[in-house]
Design a protein around this ligand. Sequence first.
Ligand code: FES
Length: 116
Amino acid sequence: MPKINFINSNKVIDVPENSSVLRMSLRYDGELPNRCGGGICGNCVFKIEEGAEYLDQVKTHERRKLGDELVEKGYRLGCQTFVIDGDIAISWNEETRKEVVKRKPEKHRVSPQTIK
Ligand code: FES
């Protein structure tokens, strides 16, 4: 069984494989901030401290909300992220949460091939 270590709330919980990070936080009082549950508001942004390889892939609309830079730094949206089959540790901070909440999702980029 994978474990999620919610560093800020000092909770380590066993979760079933393929669990939603936000759903597990809500169920076991992980205290990850949240609001919409649908990848829109950005409140559930967290940083992967350990176990990035055990998370599912970043979704397109998650990347649009976070932007490439935060995704490259290891940030994800809790409501859009699933723990596959290994232990992870996550943290979050108020500064990044506010930044992401304010951020307008990027429009789909037009790739050079499409312009031809
Ligand atoms: S709770 Fe709103 S984006 Fe995750």
